[in-house]
Design a protein around this ligand. Structure first.
Ligand code: CTP
Ligand code: CA
Length: 232
């Protein structure tokens, strides 16, 4: 579809998108990380731009080319991502947390490379919990803001993907939670994605399957709808 630009349904809207996956250093050469490539977040940023939004893209360890017409902030760690989001939080109308944020980080970072031991004994890595950036955004949400979380879930003995997604939506209290099924050929690194979009009450608003750009369009359709019905 042609670029809607200033006539788009997000014209005049400031959108912050986080993408990729944060990395937590262990020592100068090693990190704890995850498999997120940033493709879905980049597609969201490009789609928002083409609908007329002013977009800040906070990219954690993404090797894709920077999208044109978007302000890109590159970060590595969760602390850096949190700082970048905080810097743009107050002016943002929409914040989309599609980054895979590391839940834990090493309690201390070695200032030199940890050497291989000769006796086969390895010290465990102590972890501490990272702050939940999305929770902080929801807590301090301004009345005009729409906050979108993502959730990567797998089914387990307690329930299926939707069961866990609904519970997370109610826990997180973001305006929208985009539920992503991890595994199969979906998700990390794949060109396509399949999502279910939930409200803060865990109700299903819709679902989308297709290219990451098509999924981005479906997510932003719901953003426009909830903003339109929010009495603005
Ligand atoms: N998130 C965040 N800060 C964190 C962890 C996650 O802002 N420290 C955000 C993610 O960007 C995503 C949402 O929270 O939008 C859900 O992330 P997810 O990993 O699915 O949920 P968690 O609450 O971390 O639960 P768990 O990993 O145990 O399933
Ligand atoms: Ca997590």
């Amino acid at each position: 579809p042609a670029t809607a630009g200033e006539n788009g349904d997000l014209a005049g809207t400031r959108v912050v998108v986080t993408a990729g996956g944060t990395r937590e250093p262990i020592d100068p050469v090693r990190f704890l990380g995850n498999r997120s490539t940033g493709m879905q977040g980049y597609a969201l940023a490009a789609e928002a731009r083409d609908r007329g939004a002013e977009v800040v893209l906070v990219a954690a360890n993404v090797i894709l080319p920077d999208p044109e017409g978007v302000s890109v902030v590159h970060v590595e760690t969760t602390a850096q991502l949190a700082e970048a989001v905080d810097e743009h939080r107050l002016t943002a109308d929409v914040i989309v947390m599609s980054a895979a944020v590391a839940d834990f980080r090493p309690a201390s970072v070695g200032d030199h490379k940890t050497k291989k031991t000769s006796d086969g004994v390895v010290a465990p890595i102590q972890l501490v919990v990272n702050p939940d950036i999305l929770a902080g955004l929801v807590e301090r949400r301004a009345p005009h803001q729409t906050i979108v979380g993502f959730a990567a879930e797998t089914g387990d003995a307690d329930g299926d993907v939707l069961f866990h997604g609904r519970a997370k939506a109610r826990r997180k209290k973001a305006d929208l939670l985009v539920l992503n099924e991890v595994g199969h050929d979906l998700g990390f690194g794949a060109p396509t994605n399949a999502v279910t979009i939930l409200t803060a009450d865990g109700e299903t608003l819709g679902s989308a399957e297709g290219s990451k750009r098509e999924v981005a369009a479906a997510v932003l359709d719901q953003v426009v709808t909830v903003r339109g019905t929010a009495g603005t």
